[in-house]
Design a protein around this ligand. Structure first.
Ligand code: PYC
Length: 337
């Protein structure tokens, strides 16, 4: 059994912050990343938790992420905001763009935010939550590196290309899903490799194109999309929306840019948000009650509301902290010295 170490959320955050600052990230970037990975761990999403610090710091030492770039906002149209991350992680760019983006959504009823030239490793639900907290409906997507084969193919082309969607619920946590269009996130395969455990079937193929449950063979071969051609079509859509449409890289171009350094993907993210007040006006409450009726019908059949487990885990972590594999803790602690 994996040995673990318990950390309070504050200890987890301080550990992350210290590793990032000690390796040269500016205070603002270190805070944004430390908060994001602590929240991943807090919400039971280890694949986007503290272990990501290793990749963040590897990307910095490989020269593939800026430690201190200041995001630059560019007001492109009444309903389109762009933020140039300047080759740094997406998180600070998103933080800085958020107030202006929300103003645009409120003013127009719908607006899009393009985050360009960003290095991206983080879970998208963290970008959706600040919007649902303001009562907005939101959608986000980003390509990654060419790790996933299109349905019918045998060579990596698409990224894991997550799509996240959030719907605000009065007095309750939002309906919020964040799913890779691959059968699993890359990070989950890496966690299996670290733990020496086999993958579930259907996650990937080896470099000869044969189905494999060996994480190393799949990391060297290709990952599969979820739902065959359906996931493949959605993965292609993400490439288009958060690549060429916003003037940024596809996953194939991101991997070429990586030059085999094993750094995090580089490119763009697209966020679209909608203001129900503008769509519905005084009828908002009536139609939101219908949404609640649908959620109740789902639950009546035993179905889970996406995000439910995340919020339960959050409450638990806030009380009792998080369990980190001791090996991972030691690796991160070594980065603080
Ligand atoms: O785990 O799928 C993943 C991922 C995408 C970008 C960085 N990591």
């Amino acid at each position: 059994m994996t040995q673990t170490r318990n950390l309070s959320l504050d200890q987890a955050y301080q550990l992350a912050l210290s590793a990032l600052l000690n390796n040269g990230f500016s205070q603002a970037h270190a805070e944004a990343v430390a908060q994001n990975v602590t929240h991943g761990e807090r919400d039971g999403c280890a694949s986007h938790g503290l272990y990501r610090l290793l990749g963040c710091i590897r990307s910095l030492h490989a020269g593939k992420v800026s430690a201190d770039a200041q995001p630059k906002l560019n007001d492109r149209a009444p309903a389109i905001l762009q933020v140039d991350a300047g080759g740094a992680f997406s998180l600070l760019a998103y933080r800085r763009a958020l107030p202006d983006f929300i103003d645009k959504v409120r003013a127009n009823g719908i607006a899009a935010l393009a985050i360009n030239r960003c290095v991206h490793f983080s879970a998208l639900w963290a970008d959706i939550e600040p919007l649902t907290e303001k009562g907005l409906v939101a959608l986000a997507c980003t390509p990654s590196h060419a790790w996933v084969t299109p349905a019918g193919g045998s060579r990596p082309l698409f990224g894991t290309n997550p799509i996240a969607f959030g719907w605000p619920r009065p007095g309750r946590p939002p309906f919020l899903f964040d799913m890779a269009t691959s059968a699993a996130a890359r990070g989950e395969i890496e966690l299996h490799r670290r733990a020496g455990t086999p993958l579930p079937e259907g996650w990937g193929i080896d470099s000869a194109g044969n189905p494999s449950t060996d994480p190393v063979s799949v990391l060297e071969g290709a990952m599969l999309t979820f739902g065959g051609h359906k996931g493949s079509a959605l993965a292609a859509m993400v490439e288009l929306l958060a690549g060429p449409l916003i003037g940024d890289l596809t996953s194939k171009e991101s991997l070429a840019y990586d030059e085999r350094t094993g750094s995090s993907p580089y490119g763009g993210e697209l966020v679209i948000a909608l203001d129900p007040e503008r769509f519905l006006g005084a009828d908002r409450a009536k139609y939101f009650a219908r949404a609640e009726a649908m959620f109740a019908d789902m639950q009546a059949q035993g179905a889970r509301i996406p995000g439910e487990r995340r919020y339960q885990r959050r409450q638990q972590s806030e009380l009792s902290g998080v369990e980190i594999p001791t090996g991972l803790y030691d690796e991160i602690a070594a980065l603080c010295r």
